[in-house]
Design a protein around this ligand. Structure first.
Ligand SMILES: *Cc1c(COP(=O)(O)O)cnc(C)c1O
Length: 417
């Protein structure tokens, strides 16, 4: 934090924070809605805004690679796209070397593939337990329930504090000789808590198990060092802080040393050794390609490709994270000043080192408040039972927008009081 931004933060001065923000100029790269004005977009953690260049990029792609090159583009470029874009994402966002990341499938499908692959690889060693926490995102819990039912595995549940999240001691208490795989979210979708991924990864490894990190709320918001942390497997969305657009594909990371040991469960022709050999039976491709199943969603990867380059241009994840910390500090301080009198409570960690790029505020009337705000062009989201999430996407959100958002929450609560 520079001295200017520190004093601007203390003074809760949005204009001074925006003026001191080295990333402020990147806001213009995002599409400004025409007509119906958006006063404050505070939900970039659910669906990132489109880059203005995305509209052109999709048009160019349609006219060029697709329209002109037609089927030839598969040979010329598209076959390699899931790995090429995965590699670029790995170097700019994930802290990972090439050859370990693919872009494919939806997050849910990728979680299924990686958790099942990890479980199956361990079952020979008599390991039949999957560890997950009760605060994890529903799809993660449901997939684990389904995999356990399908494979006769046992689920070991961690019950963390809902206002924070899973800590290394919580993991150490449940892992053991029967643990096959542990699935955790790096940044909790509700509280925004950042789990200590390096320490937890080590604890899982000491127990002889594998870890799968869900990076949906971390990719593009916090710094990641998957290789340095010794992470086994990871998966994440690209439509949240990576602005890939609705339904954009997931990414999957498999540590190089594990790639030959694991066999993913959805054997499709695009992950086979010789896709166009039209062979009689399946043999997996070498390396990370074997984790692909069917035809990769090339069209839906285009917006993501643009966003990864924008992050690189902005100075990488260190710069993005620095702004994110200031944004959540500012939002939490405004909430303490203006909303506490209405009984609003912070349901996220107070220490910025322990939280990602959103904060959750609790109040019994936030369901109604959120509906009122959406009418007024202020767009956070609501998570039952009474959490209002303020998502702060660093490259597209200004401090003035945060100020307008918190003021609108205050006005709505005052009207309801
Ligand atoms: C957003 C999110 C998902 C979404 O999964 P989809 O298959 O893309 O719908 C999964 N897990 C977590 C932790 C998320 O935050």
């Amino acid at each position: 934090m520079t001295p200017t931004s520190t004093s601007a933060l203390q003074a809760l001065d949005a204009a001074a924070l925006d003026a001191a923000d080295p990333l402020a100029r990147f806001r213009d790269r995002f599409l400004e809605p025409e007509g119906d004005p958006v006063v404050a977009y505070l939900d970039g953690n659910s669906l990132g805004r489109p880059l203005a260049a995305t509209a052109e990029r999709l048009g160019e792609f349609t006219r060029g690679e697709w329209g002109q090159r037609l089927i030839r583009a598969w040979d010329e470029r598209w076959m390699d796209e899931p790995v090429r874009l995965g590699d670029r994402l790995a170097e700019v966002v994930l802290g990972a070397a090439h050859g370990q990341t693919i872009v494919a499938d939806s997050t849910s499908v990728m979680i299924y593939k990686l958790v099942r692959a990890a479980l199956d690889a361990q079952s020979g060693a008599g390991r039949d337990e999957i560890v997950i926490d009760r605060e994890n995102f529903p799809t993660d819990r449901f997939l684990v329930e389904g995999i356990a039912a399908e494979r006769g595995a046992t689920i070991r549940w961690i019950s963390p504090d809902p206002d924070t999240g899973v800590r290394p001691a919580d993991v150490e208490a449940v892992v053991g000789p029967r643990t096959a795989v542990v699935l955790l979210s790096h940044v909790a979708y509700r509280s925004g808590f950042i789990a200590d991924a390096p320490a937890i990864t080590q604890a899982v490894h000491r127990a002889g198990a594998l870890v799968v990190w869900d990076l949906c709320h971390s990719a593009g918001s916090v710094q990641l060092e998957l290789d340095a942390w010794g992470v086994d497997l990871a998966v994440g969305c690209t439509y949240k802080y990576l602005n890939g657009g609705p339904g954009s594909p997931a990414f999957g990371y498999v540590r190089r040393g594990l790639q030959d040991r694991l066999r993913q469960p959805l054997w499709g022709w695009m992950g086979a050794a010789d896709p166009f050999g039209m062979t009689e039976s399946y043999a997996p491709a070498a390396g990370i390609r074997q984790f692909i199943t069917g035809t990769p969603p090339i069209l839906a990867m285009q917006p993501l490709a643009g966003m990864v380059e924008l992050i690189a241009e902005a100075g990488g994840m260190e710069a993005v994270r620095a702004k994110s910390v200031l944004l959540t500090e500012f939002a939490a301080a405004l909430a303490a000043r203006d909303l506490a009198a209405f009984g609003v409570e912070l349901a996220s960690p107070r220490d910025p080192a322990e939280r990602g790029s959103h904060i959750t505020l609790n109040h019994p009337r936030f369901r109604e408040v959120t509906a009122m705000l959406w009418e007024r062009g202020v767009i956070p989201d609501f998570r039952p039972p009474h959490g209002l999430r303020v998502g702060l996407s660093p490259l597209s959100t200004s401090f003035a927008e945060v100020e307008a958002g918190i003021a609108a929450i205050r006005d709505a609560l005052a009207e309801l009081a």
